[in-house]
Design a protein around this ligand. Structure first.
Ligand SMILES: O=C(O)CCC(=O)C(=O)O
Ligand SMILES: [Fe+2]
Length: 265
């Protein structure tokens, strides 16, 4: 790592670091190595116990290493804590009415995000355009700082110094509907569950129903509202295409949409 001159150096993500180093994690554990920042509230995937998908990583890499554009798995949110070094972040909200960030391509079913360039090439070719794009958020996290990655946001991360970080993905109450919708409607894109979990949506619904029946009901109600909203908008569009269709379509940041972004913090 110290001697690498690569443009895109190898980057270590270890999701079993706590087990390998016998670290205790959690505010109520004796001799805990660390615990989750409390400000994000309860992580609803904890109801899955050891059947939850991979959720925490130790990340180590030299300067110039980093993560190309992606959205975090299963519509989860994340926090990322820089322990050593520094990270440059650039991120964008996403929705079906917004194009992906400049220089990034997404397959029609959104299952694949392709950024055909290295981070350095992307910065040289697209950084200026990206920074001028509405919705762009950027900044540098220094040692000791923690960043919130909202569910559904595209992000690219570059280590500007040799860095060690911890990240954890979680499901806050405000994104329960989005996570339920992802697990139910995009089973082919669900990731990180152990192979013996055949139906992650059903598992999550059952466990959440056992522990927080009230929250499950709220989440399912939200799914229903989203479905009604989509249906109403479709009918509106179809009606529009019979008459004066022009002017009914909108495209741009904050445009009328499937409502997905309305509650992104
Ligand atoms: O620190 C990084 O490279 C960002 C990691 C990240 O985006 C992720 O784990 O999803
Ligand atoms: Fe990420």
């Amino acid at each position: 790592m110290n001697n690498s001159r690569d443009e895109s150096p190898l980057y270590l993500f270890d999701c079993a670091f706590a087990e390998k180093m016998s670290l205790k994690v959690g505010k109520h554990e004796e001799h805990a190595a660390y615990w989750e920042p409390q400000c994000f509230g309860e992580d609803l995937f904890t109801v899955l116990g050891d059947q939850r998908p991979d959720s925490r990583w130790l990340i180590v890499g030299p300067e110039r290493s980093g993560s190309t554009f992606h959205k975090d798995p299963n519509a989860t949110s994340a926090w990322n804590a820089v322990i050593r070094g520094a990270k440059y972040w650039i991120m964008f909200p996403s929705s079906s009415s917004l194009p992906p960030p400049p220089g990034v391509f997404v397959s029609e079913d959104q299952s694949e995000v392709t950024s055909p360039l290295s981070i350095a090439e992307w910065l040289l070719g697209f950084h200026a355009e990206a920074r001028a794009t509405p919705g762009c958020l950027e900044g540098i996290c220094e040692e000791g700082e923690v960043l919130h990655v909202p569910s559904g946001y595209y992000h690219l991360v570059l280590n500007t110094k040799p860095s060690v970080a911890l990240t954890q993905n979680f499901v806050p109450r405000s994104r329960l509907g989005a996570v339920l919708e992802f697990l139910r409607d995009r089973p082919g894109q669900v990731s990180g569950f152990k192979e013996d979990v055949v139906d992650p949506y059903r598992l999550f619904v059952d466990r959440l129903g056992d522990v927080h029946p009230d929250l499950l009901q709220e989440g399912l109600d939200e799914l229903e509202r989203k479905a009604q909203g989509k249906k109403a908008r479709w009918e509106e569009l179809v009606k529009g295409s019979e008459g004066e269709a022009e002017g009914r379509f909108s495209f741009g940041f904050g445009a009328e949409d499937d409502g997905e972004d309305a509650d992104i913090p």
